[in-house]
Write a protein that binds this ligand. Structure first.
Ligand SMILES: Nc1ncnc2c1ncn2[C@@H]1O[C@H](COP(=O)(O)OP(=O)(O)OP(=O)(O)O)[C@@H](O)[C@H]1O
Length: 247
C-alpha cells in the first residue's frame, strides 16, 4: 500500500531559483493494483517516485509505503520497496547472476533464498540465456531485465517502476509490461510512470496525471475518458493538462 499525503519537494537551483518539483500531491495505491503516473518531461514524476522510495526527503507532507512512514522509518520503507529508476546501474564486471546475488545479500537474503529468487526472476523475465554473461556485454533490454531482477530480488511488497520500457524494442517492452502485470496479479502494490499511453491502457487500474508538480487529474482510465469526453487517453491527457494550464 502507498499513501502519499500532501507531498511537496522544492529544489533550490542557483540559476533557476526555487523549483517546486512536487506540489501538494496526495494519492493512494492499494495492493494488487497498478497506479500509473503520467506527465510530460519535467512534470515531477521521478521526484515523486524518489520521495516514495526515500531517495529524497520531502520539503512538506509525507507518505506511508508498505505501512511505514518515509520520514520516520526510511530503512523499513527501503526493505519493502523495489525501485527501478532511470539511473539504476549495473556493475560491468559482474554477470547478471552475480549482480542479482550481490543485491540479494545486501538485502539480507540467505544463499538458498538468493538461488531460488534468481531462478524465479530469470524464468519470469526470460533471462536464462544471458544469466552467466558479464553485464558490460549486454544489450539495453538485457540490462533492463537485470536491473529489474536486482531491484526486486528481495520480493518487496511495493514496486516502483520509473519509465521501465524507455528505449526498449517492442518485444522486450512487452515482456516487461507482462511481468509488471503478473506482479500486480500476485498482490504487489505497483506504481508505474510512463509516457506511453498504450501501456497505461494495458496496465493501470488508476491513473494520476501530474503537471508542474501538481496532480491535476486522477481516476480509472474509464473514469477519465468519461470526465474529459474522449476515448483516446492521449486526448484525455492533453485536455487534463490544458485545463490545468488555463486554471
Ligand atoms: N536534483 C534536482 N535539482 C534541481 N532541480 C531538479 C532536481 N531534480 C529534478 N529537478 C527539477 O524538478 C522538476 C521535476 O523533475 P522530474 O525529474 O521529477 O520530472 P519528470 O516528470 O520525471 O520528467 P521526465 O519525464 O523528463 O523524467 C524539473 O523541473 C527538474 O528540472
Amino acid at each position: 500500500m502507498i499513501n502519499a499525503r500532501n507531498l511537496s519537494k522544492v529544489f533550490h537551483d542557483k540559476k533557476r531559483g526555487a523549483i517546486r518539483a512536487v506540489d501538494d500531491v496526495s494519492f493512494t495505491c492499494e495492493p494488487g493494483r497498478i497506479y500509473g503516473l503520467l506527465g510530460a518531461n519535467g512534470a515531477g514524476k521521478t521526484t515523486t517516485l524518489r520521495l516514495l522510495a526515500t531517495l529524497l526527503r520531502p520539503t512538506a507532507g509525507t507518505a506511508t509505503v508498505a505501512g511505514f512512514d518515509v520520514l520516520a522509518e526510511p530503512a523499513k520503507v527501503r526493505a519493502h520497496v523495489g525501485f527501478l529508476g532511470a539511473s539504476t546501474a549495473l556493475y560491468a564486471r559482474l554477470t547478471a547472476r552475480e549482480m542479482i546475488a550481490y543485491f540479494g545479500r545486501l538485502n539480507g537474503l540467505s544463499d538458498a533464498a538468493v538461488r531460488a529468487r534468481t531462478q524465479l526472476l530469470a524464468d519470469q523475465l526470460g533471462m536464462h540465456e544471458f544469466l552467466d554473461r558479464r553485464c558490460d556485454k549486454f544489450s539495453t533490454g538485457m540490462k533492463q531485465k537485470t536491473s529489474i531482477a536486482r531491484t526486486l530480488v528481495h520480493d518487496p511488497a511495493v514496486m516502483i517502476f520509473d519509465e521501465p520500457t524507455l528505449g526498449l524494442d517492442v518485444m522486450t517492452a512487452r515482456a516487461i509490461v507482462k511481468f509488471v502485470r503478473e506482479c500486480r496479479d500476485r498482490g504487489k502494490t505497483v506504481i508505474y510512470s510512463t509516457h506511453v499511453m498504450s501501456e497505461v491502457e494495458k496496465l493501470c487500474d488508476k491513473v494520476g496525471i501530474i503537471h508542474d508538480g501538481k496532480l491535476c487529474a486522477e481516476g480509472t482510465p474509464a473514469e477519465l475518458r468519461t470526465r474529459y469526453g474522449e476515448q483516446d487517453l492521449e486526448e484525455v491527457f492533453v485536455k487534463a493538462v490544458g485545463t490545468e494550464e488555463a486554471a
